[in-house]
Design a protein around this ligand. Structure first.
Ligand SMILES: Nc1nc2c(ncn2[C@@H]2O[C@H](COP(=O)(O)OP(=O)(O)OP(=O)(O)O)[C@@H](O)[C@H]2O)c(=O)[nH]1
Ligand SMILES: [Mg+2]
Length: 233
């Protein structure tokens, strides 16, 4: 009886990358990929540089092993800047300090490493971002790592570079003796302007969290379980 009822899985998603690579815009599109052209233009034009944490979430039902699972992903988007630009501006490290003990940030289900294909320095700094995630112990055996080449409407992404980056990510994983397989390191090419790769990435995240996220069962299922336990005793 309980098996027939809905199960739930949740997971946190953290996009990491330099400022202006597209973390905020991408996260907003992943939450709602079926948006109108007008809403898309608004998001592209009106998203401002982040100076605080941005939290977004979305749920979708998927079938896992013939059972429905409600997969909920929560985005925690930080500012990309690590250097102080002015007295009033806040940095990644300052914002993270405030949220450091937040339970959802103790284990990250999906880590998005994002770079802007038109700016080679944003690719180089991904090693720094990955090291940061490792130091924080965000990566564990149920983490999916996705390397994102964003803004491909402006320049094509280089497949050779993508494969090399995935190898580098894996070598870090091996050095830290983490139980993360090579198949847990993926890549997606995206364009927020042309809405390329967004649905693919969303499906990847939803499915991963449904299968490997933090499991729970709904209130109805819990009630049903308690009733069955009472009957048995
Ligand atoms: N051409 C193009 N522009 C994009 C794309 N994705 C994002 N942008 C633009 O890039 C700029 C930066 O995007 P944001 O999402 O604010 O970048 P961010 O990584 O959150 O930046 P910080 O908040 O400073 O860390 C915005 O002007 C976006 O409209 C894309 O795929 N193609
Ligand atoms: Mg931002």
């Amino acid at each position: 009886m309980v098996d027939e009822l809905r199960h739930y899985a949740t997971g946190s998603v953290i996009p990491l990358g330099d400022g202006f690579t597209g973390k905020s815009v991408l996260s907003r599109l992943l939450i709602d990929p079926q948006l109108s052209d007008e809403k898309l233009n608004n998001i592209l034009l009106k998203t401002r540089k982040s100076y605080n944490i941005e939290i977004e979430f979305s749920s979708e039902e998927v079938i896992v092993d013939n059972s429905p699972v409600t997969s909920t992903f929560q985005f925690y988007v930080f500012p990309g800047q690590r250097q102080k630009i002015s007295d009033k501006s806040t940095t990644f490290d300052e914002i993270l300090d405030v949220f450091d003990c937040f339970p959802a940030l103790l284990k990250v289900s999906v880590l998005l490493l994002i770079h802007d294909v038109t700016k080679p320095h944003t690719l180089k700094s991904l090693e720094m971002w990955l090291r940061f995630a490792l130091v924080k112990n965000w990566i564990y055996e149920d983490t999916l790592i996705v390397f994102l080449s964003n803004k491909i409407d402006l320049e094509p992404a280089d497949d050779t570079v993508i494969e090399q980056v995935k190898e580098v990510i894996y070598s870090y994983i091996e050095d830290h003796e983490l139980q993360v397989g090579k198949d847990q390191i993926k890549s997606v090419k995206t364009s927020c302007v042309k809405m390329v790769g967004i649905q693919e990435l969303r499906d990847m995240i939803i499915e991963w969290i449904a299968k490997r996220g933090i499991k729970g069962i709904g209130i109805r299922a819990l009630e049903e379980e308690i009733k069955e336990e009472k009957k048995e005793n």
